[in-house]
Ligand binder design. Sequence first.
Ligand code: CTP
Length: 401
Amino acid sequence: MLAGKRIVLGVTGGIAAYKAVEVCRRLVDAGAHVVPVMTAGAEHFIGRTTLSALASEPVQTSLWNEASPIPHTRLGQTADLIVVAPATARLLAAYAAGLSTDLLTNTLLATRAPVVVCPAMHTEMWEHPAVQANIATLRSRGVHVVEPESGRLAGGDVGAGRLAAPDVIVGAIEAVLADGPWVGQHVVVSAGGTREPIDAVRVIANRSSGKQGYAIAAEAAARGAKVTLVSTVDLPVPAGVQVRPVETAAQMQAALQELAPTAQLVVMAAAVADFRPVQAAAGKLKKDLGVPQIVLEPTPDILAGLGAVKPQGQILVGFAAETDDLVANAQSKLQRKRLDLIVANDVGAPGVGFQHDTNAVTLLRADGQSSSVELTDKRSIAKVVLDTVNEIRGATHNTAT
Ligand code: CTP
């Protein structure tokens, strides 16, 4: 996606300028040709040498360059994308007003390439009506805005305005540059373990971290899909992903029943509790009342329900967490829940499944084909899952025509 793309990385004068170095490194690692442009303000925060050493070309800072007259038109016309990270209130104002005050603002006005701005500033500035009006103007012109996060700011106070994380910025760039079969598709992913209340403070939970579901959501968004993630966990939200927070199996089922009918792909990576207390106690169960008798009932099988009403053309993917008879158990779930694909993992094996950053899986398709992926990071597993969905679509299409 990023390989061979020419990306102008604009860096303006904010304390978060140091994070632009990491964005630069990740873009270069992904095969992009990164052309860095710094404003005078940025030079107060990071040195030119750092960016020049990591980027594909030396940093440019000035309109007045004898070796390359009118650098802004060359930069603007040859870019596949321009990203400004961090973008200060001043940069946003100048860009929204069409003011060409320096090399970066000239370049932004001299391009027809997509532009991604990543604002970073203090909460008071970010929430100021003038800044918000400039953001609205830029959005209305098709500029992509990677919203700042909430968190600890430079002065030690906490609030909205912190530059988005480098992987979120890179994910947003990938999504803007994406082309191919995923662009515009609606993908729904579930992630994390459900929590079923016993009383006001206690729950029945499981060890699922949600990392595999988040990796699938991030990969689908990077490929250009519109992704909704129904999640029980609080992990960093990948760029371009909408999160629907839920807690119980019943809430997850309600969210999926609403979202799945319009999705081209549904991936059920969540670990849903199979049983829940028939009734949660309203207050906290006190221990001097003795050992409580907790009566359980089965939860609905969400995935089987989605399989029963699956719209034509939708691909439904389930996961199977197994400790014994991996293939036979997963095969039976594939058929029973009417899935197109099941991703089975042996959760008893070292480094596999719950809470790890790595996974090893066997993929079983409804058409009988199967494959295995050795222990690797969860994002790589996500790529294989989405590539396999593409293959299933191709095979279905070829049989239909
Ligand atoms: N699943 C679901 N609703 C449930 C239980 C499971 O939607 N109440 C989904 C999971 O999200 C997963 C797939 O079904 O995609 C298989 O889950 P798993 O826990 O491996 O299987 P179960 O059907 O629960 O069977 P068992 O616990 O007996 O292995």
